[in-house]
Design a binder for this molecule. Sequence first.
Ligand SMILES: *[C@@H]1O[C@H](CO)[C@@H](O)[C@H](O)[C@H]1NC(C)=O
Length: 431
Amino acid sequence: MMGGRREGPLMRNTSHSVVKSRILMAMAIGISFGCLFAFLYPHGIPSSSAPAFHSRRTQVLSTKCESSERLNELRKEYSAASKENAGLRQQVKELTEKLRLVEQGKDHAQKQVEALGKRHKAGAFGTIKGLRTNPTVIPDESVNPRLAKILENVVVQRELIVALANWNVKDSLEVWFKNIKRVGIPNYLVVALDDKIAEFCESNDVPVYKREADEGIDSIGRTGTNHAVSGLKFRILREFLQLGYSVLLSDVDIVYLQNPFNYLYRDSDVESMTDGHDNMTAYGYDDVFDEPTMGWARYAHTIRLWVYNSGFFYIRPTIPSIELLDRVAGRLAREPKSWDQAVFNEELFFPSHPGYEGLHAARRTMDFYLFMNSKVLFKTVRKDARLRKLKPVIVHVNYHPNKLERMKAAVEFYVNGNQDALKAFPDGSDW
Ligand SMILES: *[C@@H]1O[C@H](CO)[C@@H](O)[C@H](O)[C@H]1NC(C)=O
């Protein structure tokens, strides 16, 4: 256990209000002084002009000792009072600033205390680690009792694979669930967006959840373009998280070769496969931008990363995760021309800046050889004797339009051991 001062929300409030009332009292005193002096000296306090005033007056009044003494007294009083007033003004200024900071800090501190529970001392150099695994939400079955019931019989360890499908992707879906079954993954579910695909799943003994018409948002699902369905995806996903389950969201153009649940870290809000194709593009690198006209400072360093693939990611049921889904769904609704994967990445990665509050979600990039995109397979792996021997967990045919062909080829290569199965394909698409 780490040491540290316990400070409950109640104590924070109390100490805040004491500080606050002291500050307010000091401000009131300061303001009263200010008013008094503004009344006495509408043209300002005679500080720099005081010596001139004094020397002239002294000459005139020097004959009258009493008056002179009285004047001296007054002068001292003015001087003391004016110093005090300046001091008070400064104090009021400082206190106002402190009050502002306290008010500003209260919100953040309050939220963090609520989210994290207690504070810790930092501990020795090299021994500390930031919190990255956010607590899961309390499951709320009232969100969708029917789905909750279905999930009880599907999930393993409170997690499952979820795919959305309509009749348009029937052929890919078939390869998808055949391989899931072959690998022996029990915890998966198809969210059927039309009746035909629901029936197709049922007739193949595939766990399926068909949304009812009055379940609202998904009239798009039946006729929708890919991108319309994408928006829907984030809203449906929200219900799974609210029910307290972790979801491995999966497109259907994916071939399962091993059980992905054996390869997750579960330490982040979002753990995603990447569109990157090597260590740098997948995991991030310093991309140096060169501007020769800047001479000595011609090199500007940038941070780069190939985007996360929004067609295959593991998302834990946490507040930041649900906030992510809401942000993405909200933006897709407001910006109909936007691309869900771009929006997903922007929300995940852009930091807070003036006018924008960034998401505070923890992220993890999956191993790009284990969770392999089709560029990695066709551009690199199939040509490399050593990499060919490596067995991925999944292959996602995201980089190629002839999905079904390449999915089947991947099955031929990895499952049936046909070493030539990938040969016929070009690296990229032929257009
Ligand atoms: C990529 O990173 C892995 C793990 O850090 C390392 O073993 C491998 O050699 C790297 N590959 C290249 C091409 O640098």
